[in-house]
Design a protein around this ligand. Structure first.
Ligand SMILES: Cc1cc2nc3c(=O)[nH]c(=O)nc-3n(C[C@H](O)[C@H](O)[C@H](O)COP(=O)(O)O)c2cc1C
Length: 228
């Protein structure tokens, strides 16, 4: 099947876009208000967009509390959402009133940042402390005279430079981060999630180009520790 998103006549029970853009990592974003109240919420329009220096982005459908706090305070922290913390992650997405501390709501510990004012989730095995760089307001890309109307509020994409990273040392083995051991969760479509485990991860060596640059081959066996 094919459908045009200007009309979005997909004929399915629900809009399939997010079920196909999956799995999406979850940025569990924490911020602090000017009054000093912690805020926490999951965002699955989230990813890394640079690595020297590391940069992350998340996107908010409308102006939410996380964005207000970031605009006022200039930083945020993303903690890793894991299978063991799935219920707390979900609870922190409740649209409670501004000023309600979702760390408390979800029974999580807010641990002070090293380089930023925003706290991280103490129970999470990894967290990124981020300095706000820029927030972009996305325009309404739909044709003005088209049948489909955009969401009431625009999407805002928030970029942050990662200035510090926390890793629970129990998940470092022989100098390598045991990502699968942390069991990160990711968002799919509808109310579905995926979890990364040792059973569902695999390794692929990068292809090495031939000296004349005309072909490439993949070395068999375990990774030799060289990025290609
Ligand atoms: C797993 C998950 C992912 C979510 N991803 C997003 C997202 O990418 N963008 C968004 O605007 N809301 C997203 N939400 C909804 C927000 O978490 C929710 O609106 C929350 O109340 C926002 O909190 P805040 O107002 O404190 O920022 C997601 C919810 C869940 C459970």
């Amino acid at each position: 099947m094919f459908y045009d998103t200007d009309t979005n006549q997909h004929g399915l029970k629900f809009d399939p876009f997010k079920a196909l853009m999956a799995p999406r990592p979850i940025g569990w974003i924490s911020t602090i208000s000017p009054e000093g109240v912690h805020n926490l919420a999951p965002y699955s329009f989230f990813n890394a967009v640079g690595d020297r220096p590391p940069v992350v982005m998340f996107s908010s459908v409308g102006m939410k509390d996380s964005l207000r706090n970031i605009a006022a305070n200039g930083d945020f922290t993303c903690s890793l959402a894991t299978y063991g913390l799935r219920e707390q992650m979900n609870m922190s997405s409740a649209t409670v009133a501004y000023g309600v501390d979702e760390f408390k709501l979800a029974g999580l510990s807010a641990v002070a940042g090293v380089r930023v004012k925003s706290a991280r989730v103490g129970e999470s095995p990894a967290a990124f402390e981020c300095r706000h760089w820029k927030t972009l307001e996305l325009p309404n890309f739909l044709p003005a005279d088209g049948p489909r109307k955009a969401a009431k509020e625009p999407n805002f994409v928030v970029f942050g430079v990662v200035v510090g990273i926390h890793i629970d040392e129990r998940f470092i083995k022989d100098g390598i981060v045991d990502t699968a051991g942390m069991q990160p969760i990711a968002r799919m479509g509808y109310m579905d999630y995926a979890v990364v485990t040792r059973d569902n991860t695999f390794t692929l060596n990068r292809p090495m180009a031939s000296s004349d640059g005309q072909s490439a081959s993949v070395q068999p066996g375990p990774w030799d520790g060289v990025y290609r």
